[in-house]
Design a protein around this ligand. Sequence first.
Ligand SMILES: *Cc1c(COP(=O)(O)O)cnc(C)c1O
Length: 400
Amino acid sequence: MNQFIELTEKYSPNNYSPLNIVLTEGKGAHVKDSDGNTYIDCVSGFSVLNQGHSHPKIVQAFLDQSQKITMTSRALYSDNLGVWEEKICKLANKNKVLPMNTGTEAVETAIKVATKWGQDIKGVNADDAEIIAMEGNFHGRTIGSLSLSSNEAYKKGFGVLAGNIKYSEFGNVEQIASLITPQTTAIIMEPIQGEGGVNIPPKHFIKDVKALCEEHEILLIADEIQVGLGRTGKMFAMEWEEVEPDMYLLGKALGGGLYPISAVVANDDIMQVLTPGTHGSTFGGNPLACAVSIASLDVLIDESLPERSEQLGEKLLKGLQKIDSSIIKEVRGRGLFIGIELNENAQSIVSSINEQGILCKETQGNIIRLAPPLVIEEDDIDTIINVITQTIEEKSKQTT
Ligand SMILES: *Cc1c(COP(=O)(O)O)cnc(C)c1O
């Protein structure tokens, strides 16, 4: 076995089952492994690398800032936190943003803010506050965000979790309506479910949920950590339904693949519930994170990556939908965020695709998720279509 894999497995707990590929270099949409093989990356660090591997402008921003100042803590001001805040607020059409580091921390923050908002503004006793989450969601792995999970296997054995969480089928507005009580403070959802298998809700669903939220004074929290920042062909996936949520949660591509940074974006009528001492993060909003994130957002905007995602995504989706095979249940997607749902376990097809120079991985056992960097070239899209088409058609012949 590969020495790097052996060493890693020796010291890693058994909480992941990676592909047997050791990446050593990455540039744009391409990566290289320790044996010198090259691949088109359709994993993108789970949609962290929307701007591509080692984008020169983001790398430059990282280098420049690392030689100026990297850390202040929030005991002091820096000269770029405000610049980053203004940029992201304008992008999201909100007036307050709270920086954290990882996605799960943004989710934790949102739970805290929504609960305190429920108590201070809506008048719900904090201990009774209820949150409605969607079945099949993914919001993270720490205690608070894990509490939102509908997946018992994720939660089993981890003891007491937080909150009064109710679950609705994703896409079923009647069920959500039936779960609402006077104690409901928030509804949290991914506009398109990522880990759940690229699940796109029916048209008008999010609009209808937003209307329910307005009627019952409930916060709509959009977890755009995976599908935001251009991934689905819009800057925010909520734009597909022209809905502005009360809170955006961002992460992953917010740091351009160089640095972990996440954010909770909302208006002051919600964020005002936070006062000194009620929330914080040592590394949140540090100067290095802000410099990298400013460059990451600039690249998304200057290179029109959401538009690129929409155009190339449509080409990729149409190409893959032409595959004629009984193995395929459905091919769906928005922008460069595509799920190929199979009627069988996807593992053997995934390995075969990997061997032909395209990195992808299955989710939920039978769904192949494709999420290449948004800087990918059209030639590579053609290659992906050809390789996947041939692989699946070949496999169908073997099984019939
Ligand atoms: C990845 C992800 C998270 C958690 O982010 P981490 O940085 O891994 O903590 C939360 N929500 C969604 C939708 C995600 O895809």
